[in-house]
Design a binder for this molecule. Structure first.
Ligand code: BGC
Length: 765
């Protein structure tokens, strides 16, 4: 029986959250900023809270489309910046990447006009530099976040973020709408690949690394950018699995699973937060005072800038119907706690209405000042007042070989070997290979969305110089040994789900001439809502192609290149090997070819549960009732958790053995920590990297416990024959959970600790 003595870790936080408005305003007072605020008119203040998209101020027939080559329309810029005092611009024009020189011209032109204003407040330019500087031609593209998570190596994520920050600043842009700290727990969701996967702890560790990489220790450095954590909070929890649809989310689940990553990144100093575009328990999050002000600003003490997502104040009226006019929507959003509204087009309407609301007393001056203070503080910390526009020529390392090497390293540590029957991999030099499948010869699919354009459909215009999987395999194994028949193709210029040129017999005929087939399947690119899905199964054409190729009797190596885990249950038994490449970026083809040849020993591990069935979308840290537990008696009520591949899983070309799982103390109490040690040996004949994962399971708890939870991990490199003892420090906090009263507690009792197949039990008093 479990004793009910509670060790309350967050009593203080709770007290703070329950006292609502009485919590002290802790937003920093910077004298220069305070002086400005004291001089600003209502109109000037309101303008600072508005963010517009670039197309609104460029030469072009409509506000939606810009002429090419893109040019600022000085009259429109003056209207936005001088008449309406707009404080921020985002996005690229015509949904297309630009050179650093072009960016310098655009941002420079904007800042020049901002300098004509009475108070000369610089504009803060924001962009989605998601896996590298998305909208900068020639920038270094890393694997998408899901691939970064699969490395289980936060150092690589940090380095990637540093390089992205450098190249974003090289594009004259100091603010990055990244990282995504949403939990990637529903494989149906179109934004899974933008996340660090399904585990709160892995997301937290990767998120901290990203923030450290983006921001360094000085935001004003011309190689750092302000990070933006998104999308606060519970964005991935939509009931339907479709983007921006309602979520029913309990406070316990929100605090247990969705909050920790944001909380840690805020504690690490993240400068800004973007809000969840969805609806939780009936309330659009952009109108939720509870989430934006009580939780984010008061309880978590977030003193940075809170920005809306795209058009989401308008959505309170247009989409969600909780406001009966645009004006009411603006009042709701600003009063809920938004500091900046990504309008992004009709900014005049926004500014005029907000000025009226302030004059009518519907939005208080105190609230407006708080919003403006947060905006100006960030501009100040970014060094924009001193130097609004760094020159593109100060960035000699932009797109350099050294940066590319880093992106290649991340790609090669992300690719995850899921099956390798009879050690079919690595392939010997001289093997005759048929490369097939719609993902085989596409830079677009290697990169995914947020690559040179929003949906990734313009990748071919910018990424010609990098190697597709086919080209990299040709380089690695010799052109004369490699044949290519796609069998199924995507329409590379259109929506992600279109397939055409289906010619399975041609692929089968070519397979007969080869020793092995490298079959590249998955998805074409998509981002957000356009990626909503009706069926999680891999497409029928692709399944047919795989089964037909397998039927030839030639070994088939399935290479997955997909944003989310599409169901491949019928394929897996027929494939000799399966490699998951996620969305590995511009160097993914090279990394994959090096894994196929054995130059690189794969070391990626799944950052999510790969589902086997469409109706069993269950994460690894599910509840006991979601697993098979047969009760007494004649009736079997056992549930089933039958993943295709488990979270944390991944094979290597070598073998690792675990032994000697020990704890420094079997009993501990209060805020003591214990040390967990385990010996790991590389027992094969090649060097390899292993991810050592420590899980805990609370045997009994007042809220039905997860069957297990990842608590610590470390990636180590072991030479063939080498052993290492890995140590983890574990505290009561590490074993805590959110109880029914929404308190974070560690309850006394027994906990199992598991590393690989080893297990030991400790007692917390
Ligand atoms: C996305 C955000 C993104 C924003 C600005 C929205 O549609 O949800 O993730 O940062 O657009 O581009």
């Amino acid at each position: 029986m479990k004793r009910i003595s509670l060790f309350k870790i967050s009593v203080l936080l709770l007290l703070l959250s329950s006292c609502g408005g009485s919590v002290k305003d802790t937003v920093e007072r910077i004298p220069e900023v305070e002086k400005l605020i004291s001089q600003m008119t209502v109109e000037e203040k309101v303008g600072q809270t508005a963010q517009i998209t670039l197309d609104v101020i460029t030469v072009g027939d409509t506000v939606w489309v810009s002429d090419e080559p893109v040019k600022l329309d000085d009259e429109l810029v003056r209207e936005a910046l001088l008449k309406y005092h707009v404080g921020s611009v985002l996005n690229t024009a015509n949904n297309r990447a630009r050179t650093p020189e072009k960016w310098s011209e655009i941002v420079g032109g904007i800042q020049e006009i901002a300098g004509e204003a009475r108070l000369q407040i610089p504009v803060v330019y924001g962009i989605d530099a998601i896996h590298g500087a998305t909208y900068t031609a020639g920038a270094t593209f890393f694997p998408q976040q899901i691939g970064q998570a699969a490395t289980w190596n936060p150092e690589l994520t940090k380095r990637g973020a540093e390089i992205t920050a450098y190249e974003t600043r090289a594009s004259s842009i100091p603010w990055n709408f990244s990282p995504v700290l949403d939990l990637g727990k529903d494989p149906r969701w179109a934004r899974i690949w933008e996340t660090y996967g399904e585990d709160p702890y892995l997301v937290t560790e990767m998120g901290k690394a990203a923030v450290a990489g983006y921001q360094g220790d000085d935001l004003s450095s011309e190689t750092n950018v302000a990070a933006c954590l998104k999308h606060f909070l519970g964005y991935s929890a939509a009931n339907s699995g479709k983007d921006r649809t309602p979520a029913e989310l309990s406070e316990v689940a929100m605090r247990e699973y969705h909050l920790p990553s944001f909380q840690a990144a805020i504690e690490a100093g993240a400068a800004s937060v973007m809000i969840n575009s969805g609806i939780i328990n009936g309330i659009p999050v952009h109108a939720s005072y509870d989430i934006l002000t009580n939780l984010l600003k008061k309880e978590l003490g977030f003193n940075g800038l809170v920005v809306s997502d795209w058009a989401d104040i308008e959505n309170l009226y247009n989409r969600d119907k909780i406001a009966s006019s645009h004006k009411e929507a603006i009042k709701m959003g600003i009063n809920a706690g938004l500091d900046m509204s990504m309008v992004p087009y009709q900014y005049q309407r926004y500014c005029e209405a907000l000025v009226e609301l302030v004059n009518e007393g519907e939005v208080s001056m105190e609230r407006l000042d708080d919003a403006v203070r947060r905006v100006l503080n960030m501009k100040y910390k970014l060094g924009l007042f001193k130097n609004p526009q760094p020159s593109a020529s100060n960035y000699p390392k932009f797109g350099s070989k050294a940066f590319e090497k880093s992106a290649y390293a991340t790609a090669s540590e992300s690719i995850t070997l899921l099956k390798n029957k009879d050690a079919v991999l690595p392939l010997k030099k001289g093997t005759r290979i048929l490369v097939s499948g719609p993902n085989a010869n596409s830079m677009r699919t290697l990169n995914g969305g947020w690559s040179y354009s929003w949906q990734g459909e313009k990748v071919h215009e910018f990424a010609e110089g990098y190697n597709t999987i086919l080209e990299a395999v040709q380089n690695e194994f010799g052109k004369q040994n490699v044949d290519y028949v796609a069998g199924v193709e995507y329409n590379m210029y259109a929506a992600y789900h279109e397939e055409y040129n289906i010619d399975i017999p041609a692929a089968v005929a070519a397979a007969k001439r080869a020793d092995v087939v490298v079959l590249c399947l998955g998805e074409n690119t998509y981002t957000e809502k356009p990626g909503d899905l009706h069926d999680l199964m891999i497409s029928e054409n692709q399944e047919n192609l795989a089964l037909a190729l397998a039927k030839t009797g030639k070994p088939v190596v399935l290479v997955l290149n997909e944003g989310r885990p599409r169901i491949i249950r019928r394929l897996v038994p027929e494939m000799e090997a399966v490699l998951q490449s996620y969305l590995p970026g511009n160097f993914g083809g090279d990394a994959l070819a090096d894994i196929l040849s054995g130059d690189i020993n794969p070391s990626g591990r799944l950052p999510y549960t790969y589902p086997m069935y469409s109706n069993t979308l269950v994460v690894y840290n599910h509840k006991p009732s979601e697993e098979s537990v047969s009760p007494d008696g004649m009736y079997d009520y056992g549930g089933g958790f039958y993943p295709q591949f488990e979270f944390g899983f991944g094979l290597s070309y070598t073998t690792f053995e675990y032994s000697d799982l020990n704890v420094s103390e079997n009993n501990f109490s209060g805020d003591e920590t214990i040390t967990v040690s385990v010996k790991v040996s590389n027992t094969g004949d090649v060097d390899g990297k292993e991810v050592v994962q420590l899980y805990s399971a609370d045997q009994y708890a007042s809220v039905t416990p997860d069957v297990k939870r990842l608590r610590k991990f470390e990636k180590i490199n072991l030479k063939a024959g080498e052993s290492q003892t890995v140590l983890f420090e574990l505290s009561a906090q590490d074993l805590s959970f959110i109880n029914a009263a929404s308190e974070r507690v560690t309850e006394a009792g027994d906990f199992d600790l598991m590393v690989a197949k080893l297990k030991t039990t400790i007692t917390y008093n």
